[in-house]
Ligand binder design. Structure first.
Ligand SMILES: [Zn+2]
Length: 210
């Protein structure tokens, strides 16, 4: 996870948030609710999120857009009655992969402080305050390690060290370490290393940390 600077609210939300929210809260049937709720999937909202998150998942930093549409994730879940009014709230929207956002991981969970929450939000928090991004030379694993209760809760519940993710990430980090070992003497390696730390690079948090 890297810090993300939230971009300005898309014009479609400036124009419609109040009206869409009013219609959603006034819905009396499931059909009305589903119709009103679906407005958050507007392509201009999605485009703004894809640009803001560089096509990567807000939580695991995997690239999404070349293989999937990506999920518009409600940080405070829209399915919880307390947060329904935030369905179109720009500051509540993130881009996430289907696995991080799926019911096995974040889903509709929103732990409060008493339960180690809330989750770390890359737009509102500094991820480095809550996580270490570590390559263990002995175990040969690239892991996200929570260093605060919120960091630990986020890592565990969103599954930031789940098997398939960590396997893929570890291979990327091992390549990165190899490139790094050549960067002092090879300008091309130095340039590739520089690119691994950019906002749009997969697992940039690890590249910056290592
Ligand atoms: Zn993810």
């Amino acid at each position: 996870m890297i810090k993300i600077q939230r971009s300005p609210k898309p014009a479609v939300l400036v124009k419609n948030t109040a009206e869409w929210t009013r219609k959603l809260l006034a819905a009396t049937t499931k059909e009305e609710k589903n119709k009103a709720e679906g407005k958050y999937r507007h392509e201009k909202i999605k485009d703004a999120l894809v640009n803001m998150f560089h096509g990567k998942c807000a939580f695991c930093e995997s690239k999404i857009i070349h293989i999937d549409y990506g999920h518009i994730e409600h940080f405070k879940p829209k399915s919880l009655p307390a947060f329904r009014a935030l369905t179109f709230e720009w500051t509540n929207l993130l881009l996430a992969c289907a696995v991080c956002n799926g019911s096995e991981h974040k889903g509709t969970k929103f732990p409060l402080a008493a339960n180690g929450g809330p989750f770390v939000n890359p737009c509102d928090d500094e991820p480095n305050d809550h996580f270490d991004f570590v390559y263990d030379q002995t175990a040969k694993l690239a892991s996200v390690v929570g260093k605060t209760p919120r960091g630990t809760t986020t890592e565990k519940l969103i599954g930031l060290n789940r098997y398939d993710l960590r396997e893929h990430r570890t291979k990327q980090v091992q390549k990165l370490l190899f490139i790094k070992s050549h960067a002092q003497t090879d300008p091309e390696a130095a340039e590739i290393l520089r690119q691994t730390k950019l906002d749009d690079a997969e697992y940039a948090a690890f590249a910056r940390s290592l």
